[in-house]
Design a protein around this ligand. Structure first.
Ligand code: DP6
Length: 344
């Protein structure tokens, strides 16, 4: 009997220059580079046991055993890992999402980054985050970037071995992000389907691909200068350009809800009131506010007229993916069991 156990923690990330579209959907090679900020407030802890006696993979998420259908994607991902490690053992995977309140913010980014970290730990692989980012990519594109903390670029690369994450800056300065939870339901169109449909049908998509390299270049210059206004302006424009490709898809679709537009207006008002505060949105209605960490309390105060405390999640830049000791894993389990502040 062979039993191999590993555990890891990875943090979620929010793209400031978005990934929207694949050029190879099997290898998850993106059309463009993208650049994100890893968040310390949102993360996933995962434990894996490869066990030669198991007959199938199992997946337990936030203490709920997932169905066979829900485990399919995981098995597909583990097959890639098994082939690389030249093993055949099935695995028990247990994941805990640490997302304050039922925010619907559980992300595939932290999920696959934590899973690859746990696999590497179990299989005794060398701790090379760049190499691991390539494998995380095969689970979900945005997971590529969650191997590293701070600001991270995902280089689209030329092939499987060069499409990797590159850390840009640790983000340990006066930058923060507030997630505004406007609707915590499951999204109607997954980002995977949404981007494929956009690539296939939007006449504007080509222009998106053309403009991203300059956004990346300028964003890197802005990060280097720690220039929050420039970071925010580029991020807002980039997000709106991405959403415009969806509006121009055929048939069109959008993730915005009335509350999304209202929040965007309110962030513009914050700006008029003197706060450097900017918005970005992903494949869902929630709005993320990019701002100075030192302004977060005052901004929350301003927004408290419109939103409850539970709807505003503040975060600073988060750290790299890291393995967890047995004790740390036990602590996470206890935290999950003992707390109703966190839920999935
Ligand atoms: C809008 O990484 O969820 O959040 O690669 O198909 O799993 P798959 O898609 P996913 O897409 C994320 C899209 C985005 C922008 C971003 O995170 O860069």
């Amino acid at each position: 009997m062979i039993r191999l156990t590993g555990r890891a923690r990875a943090h979620s990330n929010i793209a400031l220059v978005k990934y929207w579209g694949k050029r190879d959907s099997d290898l998850f090679l993106p059309m463009t580079n993208s650049l994100s900020l890893t968040l310390d407030a949102l993360y996933t802890d995962t434990s894996i046991v490869f066990d030669s006696e198991l007959t199938e993979d199992t997946f337990t998420l936030d203490q709920i055993v997932q169905s066979k259908e829900q485990t399919e994607k995981l098995t597909h991902f583990l097959d890639i890992i098994r082939a690389k490690a030249q093993i055949t053992s099935k695995a028990n995977v247990t994941s805990l999402n640490f997302v304050p309140t039922a925010a619907g913010l559980a992300s595939s980014a932290s999920a696959y980054a934590a899973l690859i970290g746990a696999c590497a730990d179990a299989l005794g692989w060398e701790d090379d985050h760049k190499s691991l980012s390539k494998l995380a990519r095969r689970g979900s594109g945005s997971a590529t970037r969650s191997l590293f903390g701070g600001f991270v670029e995902w280089d689209k690369g030329t092939d499987d071995s060069t499409s990797v994450a590159i850390p840009i800056d640790d983000g340990q300065w006066d930058i923060g992000l507030i997630v505004l939870v406007l609707n915590n339901g499951k999204k109607k169109i997954s980002s995977r389907d949404g981007m494929a449909h956009t690539v296939a049908t939007s006449p504007f998509y080509e222009n998106w691909v053309k403009t991203v390299p300059s956004d990346i270049k300028q964003m890197k210059a802005a990060i280097y200068r720690k220039d929050i206004e420039m970071i925010g302006e580029i991020a807002e424009h980039n997000a709106l350009k991405m959403h415009a490709t969806m509006l121009s898809a055929n048939p069109p679709f959008w993730y915005f809800e009335p509350a999304t537009l209202l929040a965007m207006e309110r962030i513009r008002e914050l700006r008029q009131a003197g706060y450097p505060a900017y918005f970005t949105m992903d494949a869902g209605p929630n709005v993320k506010i990019i701002c100075q960490k030192s302004d977060m309390t005052a901004i929350m105060d301003e927004l408290s007229h419109f939103y409850t405390n539970d709807q505003m999640i503040t975060s600073a830049a988060g750290p790299d993916m890291r393995t967890l000791t047995e004790e740390e894993w036990a602590e996470s389990l206890a935290k999950k069991e003992g707390s109703n502040e966190y839920s999935h």
